[in-house]
Ligand binder design. Structure first.
Ligand code: SAM
Ligand code: SF4
Length: 328
């Protein structure tokens, strides 16, 4: 059985972008009210007194967009100071990073994943719902700032969308040659957005790898915290290329993670709501921490069965909530 020690923690369900594949502008989005979010003290209590004692030691902060949470730097500082925390990372769209990179680093964050689906400001604008087309530059400046501050590894996430950015995969892969940047190609998933998922809804990772092999060749690679990504390297490159192929390959067998949503639901499987636990309500109801720990322990025991349920049923139980709501 896999050791499940990695928790993705969503700090907020809202976002300053409207990516087509996550929160399309025309979707009827419903967001949490302030009092429905886990408050910072509640979040820290859950991590310190429940999640860490049952064995979680690696955490990723995500959202929505984690950098829009006003006290994000304080949260990073509190978590990174806990002696049991072996790894703390963040996934961000990078829009607010230029001003915050140094403070996040000083607060103890060392690993960052930044979403960058295109090198073309116009295409980028189409993907993230930015008519001004000015956002690309700000994200790019955020990436540079993070690189200069010393984030390592620095990973760039690319969701490959047929007919939108798929022609750019070689240009994006080339970013890994001269810098220690790690580019990760993610197969687009029909999560809360099935209508966008046309006839050729996603580009299989192997198609991208083939293009890269033909251009430069491709060796096996390694990068810290590769999770579900298969990692490769262009011969002689400083960075690596990762492929997250949840559509073309099932990696339930290797799954080592759970997700805590911004409203305090602990979710054992991204694609399946079975067993999810409302930790916020249990906490606010005043239950003893021991009770919460027992509930999480039980969920850990059930997790393999819950993963296989998804795999065997091939259902779309999944796709009611978007990645931003689940804590992608
Ligand atoms: N706002 C941050 C960002 O975009 O990096 C963090 C949250 S976002 C939900 C986390 C990751 O999920 C991003 O890399 C995003 O590209 C990915 N994502 C969102 N919707 C997706 C989808 N339908 N298929 C594949 N990846 C998706
Ligand atoms: Fe926001 Fe990230 Fe979702 Fe894009 S993928 S809408 S940046 S949460």
């Amino acid at each position: 059985m896999n050791l499940v020690d990695y928790l993705r923690v969503s700090l907020v369900d809202r976002c300053n972008f409207r990516c087509q594949y996550c929160m399309p502008e025309d979707a009827a989005l419903q967001f949490l009210q302030q009092n429905e979010l886990l408050q910072t003290e509640e979040l820290l209590t859950l991590l310190k007194q429940v999640m860490i004692p049952v064995g979680f030691s690696r955490f990723r902060l995500t959202g929505g967009e984690p950098l829009i949470r006003p006290d994000v730097v304080d949260i990073v500082g509190e978590i990174s100071a806990l002696p049991q925390v072996q790894d703390l990372s963040m996934t961000t769209n990078g829009f607010l990073l230029e001003d915050r990179a140094a403070a996040l680093y000083d607060a103890g964050l060392r690993r960052l994943n930044i979403s960058l689906d295109s090198l073309n400001p116009e295409t980028f604008g189409v993907i993230v719902g930015d008519r001004t087309q000015k956002r690309w530059q700000k994200v790019w400046s955020g990436i540079q700032a993070a690189y200069e501050v010393g984030f390592n590894p620095l990973k760039l996430n690319v969701v490959v969308i047929p007919g939108v950015n798929e022609a750019e995969v070689l240009d994006l892969a080339a970013l890994s040659i001269d810098r220690q940047w790690h580019i990760r190609f993610i197969e687009f998933m029909p999560i809360g957005n099935a209508e966008l998922f046309g006839e050729r809804g996603w580009v299989p990772s192997e198609e991208i790898r083939q293009q890269i092999r033909e251009r430069w060749g491709l060796n096996p690679g390694f990068v810290k915290g590769n999770g579900p990504a298969d990692v490769f390297q262009i011969p002689g490159a400083q960075g690596t290329l990762g492929f997250i192929s949840q559509m073309s390959e099932c990696f339930c067998d290797r799954c080592n993670r759970m997700r805590l949503s911004a409203d305090g639901w602990l979710r054992p499987c991204l694609l399946n709501e079975t067993g999810q636990l409302d930790l916020k309500t249990l906490l606010r109801a005043g239950h003893k921490m021991e009770v919460l720990r027992d509930r999480v322990q039980n969920l850990l025991l059930l997790k393999p069965e819950i993963n296989y349920k998804e795999r065997e049923s091939g259902t779309d139980s999944t796709y009611g909530r978007t990645m931003s709501q689940i804590g992608g």
